[in-house]
Design a protein around this ligand. Structure first.
Ligand code: NMX
Ligand code: MLT
Length: 434
């Protein structure tokens, strides 16, 4: 397999670099930790390592050193498409190089070989009550696949630790191949006729998803799916879903257990669920004012949200201090294709007004939009109107980044995570210099 051979070629040198760094400079101090950080969700504590992506507060995400516009321009695209192969992005994340079209297609072909979902997974999902949240179903679907983990089987057969990453990569290819099918099935089970989707090996990841979702504008939605999965894939390693996946994986749980944990973190309203909440907020604005409001009306609506003790979804970020380039990329996509859409116009006006309101309130460290401020609007335009499905889409994308990290973590022999906790009394004593 192409990704296997590339990792195998890079691994000895990277292992040597890491071993040397830790051996020669293991005592070098990387940063201090304050009482505020210990109580404040470990914000900005430098304690994780990944070479796959990095979030610069003043610039946003870079995948393997490349910004989103650079990635979208450089990765190969399917014939007739405006957005790149998702398989090309996965190659970039894992290998660290821009693939040729053939290399991107080789990843897509590998996915096609693994896409079929065992019938018992569908059966498990069908057994759940009809009002189960799609994220619960998605996490359960992923967990149900654990039964087939190659890594878990090989581990119990006594696999050598140098081989962990190879078994991990097998599982990762199998999991990421199946996620669009499981997601589309959940959509049809919850909201449509419950038909099981079919993977077409002639289509790429994005076009397959468009076809399985049965949206009207197949070409437009295939491009959106490609863009969406690519930009949501990774956001360095400290975000809640990536960190939860990494933490669970560090115990040598296989990727099915680990990614299910990541999805459970993504399901929270301060993380991935914010895209569903954000579209709800925009629709609330539209319905309250019968379309696009005036700026004054919007300003008051935003203040009412804050005054009622709620956050404005889609705004703020733990790391970013500028508009999220994932927001910008989606806004550009929407404006190029359906700039007159009411919700796009409202989202654009929110982009003008809400940062001012948040600045006036003076609490949020970052008053700018994050990825969720627009993503639901685009789905809604293409006819995916069921808000509570949106985080599942985020999850399909996020799988690519966290599983690339999972493979490299096993390849580099990263250990079980175990930070240290203190009591409040201990912190008080430290603060008092005792
Ligand atoms: N609306 C209202 N208040 C906010 C917002 C917002 N959008 N963002 C931050 N604040 C408040 C925050 O609740 C906190 O208040 P308090 O002191 O009363 O607890 C204060 O500002 C300081 O928070 P920050 O340090 O700026 O933000 P933090 O790093 O703690 O949290 C988020 C980051 C993203 C959780 C926060 O900005 C937020 O809740 N945003 C809205 C939800 C959202 O869009 N989440 C999606 C994140 C992206 N993703 O895809 O996961
Ligand atoms: C993400 O994509 O994970 C979010 O922007 C949250 C984060 O980075 O903390």
């Amino acid at each position: 397999m192409i990704l296997h051979d590339k990792i195998a070629a890079q691994l000895p040198a990277l292992r040597e670099r890491v071993t040397k760094l830790v051996k020669d400079h293991g005592e070098v101090v990387v940063g201090d930790v304050t009482v505020a950080q210990v109580y404040g969700g470990m914000r900005s504590v430098k304690s994780l390592v990944t070479d796959i992506s990095f979030v610069d507060p003043a610039e946003g995400i870079r995948f393997r050193g490349m910004t989103i516009p650079e990635v979208l321009a450089a990765l190969p695209k399917p014939d007739g498409a405006q957005m790149p192969y998702v398989g090309g992005l996965f190659y970039l994340l894992i290998v660290g190089e821009v693939p040729t079209k053939e290399q991107a297609q080789a990843v897509e072909a590998e996915w096609a070989r693994h896409a079929e979902v065992p019938e018992y997974v569908y059966k498990t999902l069908r057994a759940m009550p009809a009002d189960t949240h799609p994220m619960t179903l998605f996490s359960q679907g992923v967990l149900a696949l654990q039964n087939g983990s190659y890594f878990a089987r090989k581990y119990h057969e006594g696999m050598h630790k140098d081989e962990y990453w190879e078994a991990a990569l097998d599982d990762v290819m199998s999991l990421t191949a199946k996620l669009p099918m499981i997601a589309a099935y959940i959509y049809h089970l919850k909201y449509k006729d419950g038909k099981e989707p079919k993977w077409d090996p002639k289509l790429d990841y994005g076009a397959n998803f468009a076809s399985m979702m049965m949206v009207e504008d197949q070409q437009g939605y295939a491009d959106l799916a490609r863009l969406y999965f690519i930009i949501h894939s990774d956001h360095e390693s400290g975000n809640a879903s990536a960190h939860a996946t990494h933490l669970a994986g560090s115990t040598l749980s296989d990727i099915y257990y680990a990614f299910s944990a990541g999805l459970n973190a993504l399901a929270g309203p301060l993380h991935g669920l914010a895209n569903q909440e954000c579209l709800g907020w925009l629709i609330g604005v539209r319905d309250m004012f019968g379309g696009v409001p005036t700026k004054e009306q919007l300003r008051k609506y935003a203040w009412d949200t804050l005054d009622s003790g709620q956050v404005i979804p889609g705004y703020g970020h733990a790391v970013l201090r500028v508009p999220d380039p994932r927001f910008t990329a989606q806004m550009k996509f929407a404006k190029a294709r359906f700039a007159d859409d009411t919700l796009v116009r409202i989202a654009d006006m929110v982009f003008e007004i809400v940062p001012q309101v948040l600045k006036e309130q003076g609490k949020a460290k970052n008053p700018a939009p994050n990825v969720d401020a627009i993503s639901g609007t685009l789905q809604y335009y293409y006819g995916i109107k069921e808000f509570d499905f949106y985080t599942v889409l985020f999850g399909v994308g996020r799988a690519l980044g966290v599983s690339a990290n999972y493979v490299w973590a096993r390849a580099l022999g990263q250990p079980i995570e175990r930070p240290k906790s203190l009591t409040t009394k201990m912190l008080e004593d430290i603060a008092a210099g005792k």
